[in-house]
Design a protein around this ligand. Structure first.
Ligand code: DHE
Length: 585
């Protein structure tokens, strides 16, 4: 397939064909249970794989409990944490999925549970049995397992953290100036998901300068305000702090902050650059503030508490995205299940001041507007974007995007020719892109509203991106069930956009350009170089198959480079040092 220009609403795949596997949320109304996808899509709902490794005891037997051996219980726990806990919660108290506490499961009984697991439900429960994902034996095991009390995984406090803390190169032994010739601002830190590594790739020469061991299924990289340190976090909650000034960049400190985690950030306010780091965990539900030079844990704060609206207690509210304010010495911490956004003042950890904003449940990912004053975060299972004014420290708006399951990554900021400054998100559950007005001064009528929606390639989009120097908006669709769609990207020309009119888009066959013979690679997460002249895409294949990174010239939309290397195993997120540290997107 060559580059293709398509009028909007004639996408590669009919929007109705999008039934996203494992997006177990009620937002996509469906008549029949969802089918499972395989490969990367199946990995999308949180899978608590690390928790699944923990040894647990069968809680005290009660009368009528099914008989289960310790081995069976251990296996049931592993399956539960890997496949069910993401939606139903570690303690089975419910999240996007229904609660599965024993008062409910015992009332429903073994036969009901068995058939529910086998056939799924229209509300979003996957059909684990009929899809072939679970064997009859496992379904029987899980139906019995759910009749027993859930095990509580261990907490992870200061004592446990201190046991994992390692300073591999002390601050006084680190270089006092940059010891390599890398253009650090244009370096890309690339997640190699299934090998648990990051590749540091030179943005000018496309050369891999280092491959560094990180946590299990490493998730994101964030960069210190100075640009010297890269922080990575694995799903096993292991943080690596990498010093880019060393001759060959390497890990200088490590800390494990829990059993399951997804987010990490560093302090960015003037005077606090590189001073502190913060990480949020899925389990235990908490965040930890660390020394920004050594990762020494300073303060652990639990996020357990009441859901913002119904004010009932939630035992395991996971920490989703975290960003650092540019307007105040604060971390902005998004707590998923309670729907609260915490603005944590990091200037005095002994007398910690936190502003707690009531936002919306199921907060997930988000980014700043172009002025960096407003933070926009998706409450994705609620179809909304919450906007926080980080200067005044209050909720500005809660906006319906009109689409199913907004998933912005950090979003995309640009000036719409007719609507003024906007921030954009794409959606997991359908093909729509929503633009939200972000200029309350210059365009008060458009501010904090969904001012335009239009269609991109198809559902299953995860990330959207542009750059202040670019006239293009890129939208991926890696979780789309259609192979050609999931290997392509839609590009919209910003200067051609008109209010109320669906823009045309160009389709880039990135997967085909990668020239990969085997597998079904998905194209994920556009990321710009520092100058905004090139955009990089991961071509994400299975672990045992070839993957690649494809670099596109932003002006001509032509292929510029295909980066291939046996070390590039399952590349997904890419984090340009300059753009990530400055929140340029
Ligand atoms: Fe992510 C960001 C959670 C699956 C790639 N992901 C985030 C953030 C959270 C999150 C909370 C925001 C971090 C921040 O800004 O501080 N992700 C989760 C999950 O719970 C989920 C759904 C399932 C799981 O078990 O982890 C999940 N994520 C994935 C993937 O399958 C992806 C596509 C591939 C991969 O590498 O695992 C993936 N997530 C990413 C990326 C970002 C991210 C690339 C950062 C985007 C950015 O531009 O900043």
């Amino acid at each position: 397939m060559n580059i293709l220009t398509i009028p909007a609403r004639r996408a590669l795949l009919s929007s109705a064909a999008v039934a996203l596997a494992l997006i177990a949320q009620p937002v996509v109304a469906q008549e029949k249970p969802k089918e499972h996808a395989d490969g990367p899509a199946a990995a999308y709902e949180p899978s608590m794989t690390t928790l699944g490794q923990i040894q647990v005891e069968i809680p005290g037997r009660r009368e009528g409990d099914p008989v289960m051996s310790q081995d069976e219980f251990q296996r049931g726990t592993k399956i539960y944490f890997e496949r069910c806990a993401g939606c139903h919660g570690v303690l089975r108290k419910g999240a996007t999925g229904k609660p599965l506490t024993t008062d409910i499961t015992r009332e429903n009984g073994y036969d009901y549970l068995h058939s529910f697991i086998t056939y799924g439900s229209p509300a979003g429960m996957p059909n684990w049995g009929t899809s072939g994902e679970m064997t009859d034996e496992d379904i029987d095991l899980m139906a019995r397992y759910l009749l027993l009390e859930p095990p509580a995984p261990p907490e992870f406090g200061m004592a446990e953290m201190m046991e994992t803390w390692k300073v591999l190169v002390a601050p006084e032994d680190r270089p006092t100036e940059q010891m390599n010739d890398i253009d650090l601002d244009n370096l890309m830190s690339v997640t190699l998901r299934d090998s648990g590594e990051v590749a540091l790739i030179d943005g000018n020469t496309y050369e891999i300068r280092a491959v560094i061991n990180t946590g299990y299924a490493v998730h994101i990289s964030r960069i210190s305000a100075s640009g010297r340190y890269v922080f990575t976090i694995g799903r096993d909650a292991l943080i690596n702090m990498i010093d880019l000034w060393m001759e060959t960049p390497a890990t200088v400190a490590q800390l494990k902050v829990g059993s399951e985690a997804r987010s990490i950030e560093t302090s960015k306010f003037k005077g606090w650059e590189d001073k502190l780091a913060v990480a949020g965990s899925y389990w235990p539900p908490q965040y930890v503030i660390m020394d920004g030079n050594t990762l020494e844990p300073k303060k652990i704060v639990s996020t357990r508490g009441n859901i913002y609206d119904e004010q009932s207690y939630h035992p395991e509210p996971r920490v989703a995205s975290i960003v650092a304010s540019h307007y105040n010495p604060e971390f902005i911490i998004n707590v998923k299940e309670t729907g609260k956004i915490l603005l944590v003042d990091y200037t005095d950890l002994k007398n910690l001041k936190t502003i707690e904003i009531e936002a919306e449940r199921f907060l997930h990912d988000g980014g700043f507007d172009s002025t960096k004053r407003y933070f926009l975060v998706a409450a994705n299972a609620r179809g909304k974007i919450a906007v926080v004014d980080t200067k005044e420290d209050k909720l500005t708006a809660l906006i319906e995007t009109g689409g199913a399951t907004p998933h912005p990554g950090r979003g995309a900021n640009f000036v719409h020719p007719e609507l003024g400054p906007v921030w954009a998100t794409s959606h997991l559950g359908d093909e729509s892109v929503a633009l939200i007005g972000t200029d309350p001064e210059g365009h008060p009528d458009q501010a904090w509203k969904t001012v335009q929606t239009f269609e991109a390639l198809g559902g299953g989009s995860l990330f959207i991106k542009t750059h202040p120097n670019s006239d293009n908006l890129y939208v991926d669709a890696p979780l789309n069930p259609d192979a050609e769609t999931s290997a392509s990207v839609a590009v919209f020309k910003i200067s051609d956009m008109k209010a109320g009119e669906d823009p045309e888009y160009t389709v880039l066959p990135i997967g085909e350009w990668a020239g990969i013979a085997e597998g079904q690679p998905r194209v994920v997460q556009p990321e710009f170089n520092k100058q905004g002249t090139e955009v990089w895409f991961s071509v994400w294949n299975a672990k045992d198959k070839e993957s690649a990174i494809v670099v596109v010239d932003d002006k001509t939309l032509e292929l510029k480079q295909v980066i291939k290397d046996p070390r590039l195993i399952t590349p997904t997120g890419k984090f340009n040092v300059f753009n990530t540290r400055g929140d340029v997107y």
